[in-house]
Design a protein around this ligand. Structure first.
Ligand SMILES: *Cc1c(COP(=O)(O)O)cnc(C)c1O
Length: 363
């Protein structure tokens, strides 16, 4: 068996020890005589898995007591609708920072339900920077402000949460969830599709302040109401049991093997520095995000400036075991997603490969 270094933006590489544990428990979980995949979601074994996933996440992310953790199917994209359905019900206004395709989709979805304003946008420069937000432009009666914290496609990230005063800040953290410590109390709601940094595809996690639950508009479908999840331990219906189990294993890995989010951040900063330092000194590759303060530590985007050379690089890299380095179809170039599970060694070897490629293709 030869596992590749997988730089996919999502679904993405999982920690190898987690895959090994899952493999060892595949046929029989504990002494249950069954796989987690086969269990009743109402069984004691599964209820324990779900509750420990929840409590591990609470511990690892330091989630305050007045926040609920919800497990919801439908991915991050379904949150684009759940957020306005549940939260846009005071003034019916919400302010969106459009810093990439996902935040634009979120804004468009909200505009179907109420008055959704674009607070700031970086679209005119292909989302290659984080648009500064003038706090004076935030409508004082907005029901919330929405940002996408890490822009997966472009490789940008907010250096800090937007200051919104008493207006709840809602953040899509799909591609930076659990990559570093976060002060949850600065947000009304954090959501993340888990397939980037926490588990296999099939679920989103929502971390929501309790007072924001129970305000859904009247004809909100039951399954799109946060209260349904909060009041039923995320088990109103059959949850994505296997996905929750895998997330639990990843959380154990973060806590017990990595040493928590501060240690995770240190690893991630080291990895990102190795890659960006090289991109900044390379004569062949150019990082797509010029301002270091806007750069994502999870997704690094870069180009050679020559589409054919980009394609050649992606193909040769794949042949050498560095896969999924092709940039998003909307922007081209290259993207290396170096999520939590990517070991430092994977980034070091990628950079060594890029140096060789540069030497062989000097212009
Ligand atoms: C991947 C991604 C999404 C979409 O996630 P789905 O689970 O596929 O709906 C939304 N936002 C961000 C920031 C993402 O990285």
């Amino acid at each position: 068996m030869a596992r590749v270094y997988n730089f996919s933006a999502g679904p993405s590489q999982m920690p190898e020890p987690v895959l090994r544990t899952a493999a060892a428990q595949m046929l029989e979980y504990g002494s249950s005589g069954q796989s987690v995949m086969e269990m009743s979601h109402r069984s004691r074994d599964f209820e324990e898995i779900l509750h420990s996933c929840e409590s591990l996440l609470r511990e690892v992310l330091s989630v305050p007591d007045n926040y609920k953790i919800l497990f919801i199917q439908g991915g991050a994209s379904m949150q684009f609708a759940m957020v306005p359905l549940n939260l846009m019900n005071g003034s019916g206004k919400a302010d969106y920072v459009v810093s990439g395709q996902f935040s634009k989709k979120a804004w468009k979805e909200a505009a179907r339900f109420g008055d959704a304003k674009v607070l700031a946008s970086s679209e005119e420069k292909t989302f290659s920077y984080i648009p500064p937000v003038d706090p004076a432009l935030i409508r004082p009666d907005a029901d919330y402000v929405h940002i996408c914290y890490n822009n997966t496609i472009y490789g940008t990230a907010f250096p800090a949460p937007v200051e919104t005063g008493s207006i709840p800040l809602v953040a899509d953290m799909s591609s930076c969830f659990l990559s570093r410590p976060v002060d949850v109390s600065r947000f009304g709601l954090i959501y993340a599709g888990v397939q980037k940094n926490l588990g296999p595809a099939g679920m989103a996690v929502a971390v929501i302040r309790e007072d924001l639950i129970g305000k859904a508009r009247e004809n909100t479908p039951t399954m799109l109401d946060y209260a349904t999840y909060a009041n039923n331990d995320s088990m109103y219906n059959t949850p994505p049991c296997w996905c929750i189990y895998m997330c639990k294993l990843v959380l154990e890995w973060i806590r017990d093997e990595v040493g928590g989010l501060a240690a995770m951040e240190k690893r991630n900063l080291e990895k990102a520095a190795i890659l960006y330092d090289y991109l900044d000194r390379s004569a062949l590759f150019t990082p797509c995000v010029p301002d270091p303060k806007d750069r994502s530590i999870m997704n690094a985007t870069f180009v050679t400036g020559d589409k054919e050379l980009d394609a050649k690089f992606v193909a040769q890299a794949a042949a050498a075991g560095f896969v999924n380095l092709k940039g998003h179809r909307s922007v081209g170039g290259m993207r290396a997603s170096i999520y939590n599970a990517m070991p430092k060694e994977g980034v070091e070897k990628l950079v060594a490969f890029m140096e060789e490629f540069e030497a062989a293709n000097r212009r």
